[in-house]
Ligand binder design. Structure first.
Ligand code: SF4
Length: 359
């Protein structure tokens, strides 16, 4: 009888097949990939001439400092109850973080879903409940669904800070605006469950680089690397789907329709990458009443930023690695983060700190 291979055997085989003569650079554009690569020690296991670099795949990390400062201002409003996912609460701004403001009595609550925020608005009619909408194509449909619930309930005291971004636009910007020197991408698995595989076709067609939609297990990532290497060896660039069990080519139509109903594409500010046209999701005009920055007159205020020495922006462009930062592991640690890449569980600096032998 045929005995199925163990995970260890699969990993060993994938590494033994990983051979190429020339140096190769592959970028992952997903925080979950970054953590999985660091946690499983893949960088140490693969041949030395294959370099893995992290791109702008962590939603908390790519949120611009200007936007962070704005929602910190919003949190000072005593009528406002800020609701957010966990990581955002610890991101430092010039006057501290939401967590520090909460300790001083500000109305800030961590939620596990945007729907929790809608329920809080229902239960607290005397408060203005604001959800911090940060995340890529994966999170935005959940926020759209929460907005549809708020519509049904006719809530006037619910709004969102709409900072959703499109991962695909960041890849495009890296290739067009920053001449990012990579041979291929491990495309984000979670985002791909929503958008499918077609949107990545320009990477192969226009830039002659590999684009492999990849899952999150160590064996998935190793297989994704091997698929990239095969494309490079054969000079046959295309979108390939390694993550068949999670992603189909057309994506998730229900989620895509929710995005279409609530959002228009518009420009967005990214940490490190600056303003990128059509890279953000803006609330459609008919849903503008849910836009917290508009509701509280924060859209056009100017924010002054003091230098911190953080190089998250360069790390997100793949130009530097966390250990290039002089603050890494010294002044900047997960307990005392200076930049978002050390706060977020998906950030490159936190992943390097926890899993690359720094502690
Ligand atoms: Fe920023 Fe800290 Fe990372 Fe340096 S180590 S880049 S300060 S988050």
């Amino acid at each position: 009888m045929h005995t199925p291979k163990t995970n260890k055997e699969i990993v060993k085989q994938l590494i033994s097949e990983m051979q190429i003569d020339n140096p190769v650079k592959i970028m992952e554009v997903c925080g979950t990939h970054t953590v999985s690569i660091a946690k499983s020690g893949i960088k140490q296991l693969i041949p030395k001439n294959i370099t893995l670099i992290s791109g702008p795949g962590c939603p908390v990390c790519v949120t611009s400092q200007e936007d962070i400062e704005k929602f910190l201002i919003l949190a000072k409003n005593p009528k406002v109850l800020i609701t957010t996912f966990g990581d955002m609460i610890r991101v430092p701004g010039s006057t501290g973080s939401l967590q520090e403001m909460k300790a001083q009595g500000a109305n800030i609550k961590m939620v596990y879903s945007p729907l929790d925020a809608v329920n809080l608005a229902k239960e607290n009619p005397d408060k203005e409940v604001v959800f911090l909408g940060v995340g890529f194509e994966t999170t935005a449909p959940l926020v759209a669904f929460a907005l549809s619930e708020a519509e049904k309930l006719k809530l006037n005291n619910f709004s969102i800070v709409c900072l959703h971004k499109l991962a695909i636009s960041a890849i495009d910007a890296l290739l067009t605006g920053f001449d990012t020197d990579v041979d291929g991408f491990l495309c984000p698995g979670h985002v791909s469950t929503i958008i499918g595989t077609h949107p990545y076709e320009f990477i192969a067609k226009d830039y002659k680089k590999a684009a492999i939609v990849t899952g999150f297990e160590a064996s998935d990532i190793l297989e994704g690397i091997n698929m990239t290497i095969n494309q490079i060896k054969n000079k046959n660039f295309k979108v390939e789907n390694q993550y068949h069990r999670g992603v189909n080519s057309g994506g998730n139509l229900v989620a895509l329709n929710l995005l279409k109903e609530y959002f228009d594409k518009g420009s967005a500010m990214w940490r490190g990458l600056g303003e990128i046209k059509n890279s953000g999701l803006h609330l459609k005009d008919k849903y503008k009443k849910y836009d917290a920055f508009k509701k509280f007159d924060l859209s056009n205020i100017e924010v002054k930023l003091a230098p911190t020495g953080c190089i998250c922006g360069q790390i997100l462009k793949g130009q530097k690695s966390p250990t290039d930062c002089p603050l890494f592991g010294k002044k900047c640690t997960p307990n005392f983060p200076i930049g978002p890449c050390m706060v977020s569980s998906e950030g490159s600096c936190a992943a390097s700190y926890y899993y690359a032998g720094v502690i």
